[in-house]
Design a protein around this ligand. Structure first.
Ligand SMILES: Nc1ncnc2c1ncn2[C@@H]1O[C@H](COP(=O)(O)OP(=O)(O)OP(=O)(O)O)[C@@H](O)[C@H]1O
Length: 259
């Protein structure tokens, strides 16, 4: 199977601290890979290197075989990599539909002048974005809320709206940073289904998530980080039995109990 996202020997140091060291793994089309690990293990830093927020100190990121290491997020988006953020990036005062439409702006190549003059090309693009956004909203079960102000949505709906917006660019790879954070059990299950449905459509999904039950339910493969190092990788059953993984998690619990 073709590897869509390939991470090879990725590492970064912050003022002497090795936040991530020599991490390698890959994600295939239709696969859900989760990155887990105790607090401070390096998950967000790894995500930020893959998605072009941080320039890695070492290693390579390949997207569809092309070296995209350190490429800026908007160029990555054009090449088929989209992401969501741990903290919601929704425009609360805008409507649900306008938020979904915003997802299309990265893709647009039309000129600002054409938009200002309201040329047919610009009107056509706007109509296409609106139509596409409505389809996306239907996919995440928010089409009936299209005209509502986003700030009035439940937390779970906001998380789904964020995923819809990331899907606007028809990504081949989708990076989800804590998609279920702050959600209740029902909302988490809705997000589970959505992620599984997106993966089934052939998208490669990389996810950072603290909700272990969710991770164990939906992942095909799990990468475990501790102190910036990959300490284990495998399917949910294998990883949950791994003694290094158990020790890493018990270690943090013991540290919390001591503190
Ligand atoms: N910009 C930065 N500058 C300096 N140190 C950083 C920076 N970002 C992260 N770190 C450090 O790198 C290590 C890894 O942090 P990171 O946030 O990636 O962990 P994490 O696994 O995402 O944690 P959490 O589960 O708490 O979100 C931590 O020791 C953190 O303090």
């Amino acid at each position: 199977m073709t590897t869509l996202l390939e991470i090879e020997g990725l590492g970064i140091t912050f003022g002497g601290l090795r936040a991530v060291n020599d991490v390698s793994f890959s994600v295939n089309p239709g696969e859900i890979v989760s990155v887990i690990g105790p607090n401070g293990a390096g998950k967000t830093t790894l995500f930020n290197m893959i998605s072009g927020v941080y320039m890695p100190g070492a290693g390579k990121v390949r997207l569809n075989g092309e070296d995209v290491t350190g490429m800026s997020p908007h160029l990555l988006a054009r090449r088929g990599m989209s992401r969501t953020f741990q903290n919601l990036q929704i425009f609360q005062q805008m409507s649900v539909l306008e938020n979904a439409i915003a997802g299309y702006h990265l893709q647009e190549s039309g000129s600002v002048l054409a938009d200002l003059l309201n040329l047919p090309s610009s009107r056509r693009r706007a109509a296409e974005a609106r139509e596409g956004a409505m389809k996306l909203l239907a996919r995440v079960d928010l089409d009936r809320a299209a005209e509502r102000e986003a700030g009035n949505l439940s937390y779970g709906s906001l998380k789904r709206l964020e995923i819809a917006r990331a899907l606007a660019l028809s990504p081949k790879v989708l990076l989800l940073d804590e998609p279920a954070a702050g959600c209740n059990a029902v909302e988490t299950e809705e997000i589970d289904h959505l992620i599984a449905e997106v993966a089934a459509s052939g998208v490669a999904i990389l996810l950072v998530e603290h909700d272990m039950k969710m991770v164990m339910r939906i992942s095909n493969n799990i990468v475990v980080l501790d102190h910036g190092e990959k300490i284990a990788q495998g399917d949910p059953a294998t990883v949950s039995r791994n003694s290094a993984v158990i020790a890493a998690y018990l270690g943090t619990e013991a540290a919390h109990a001591d503190g």
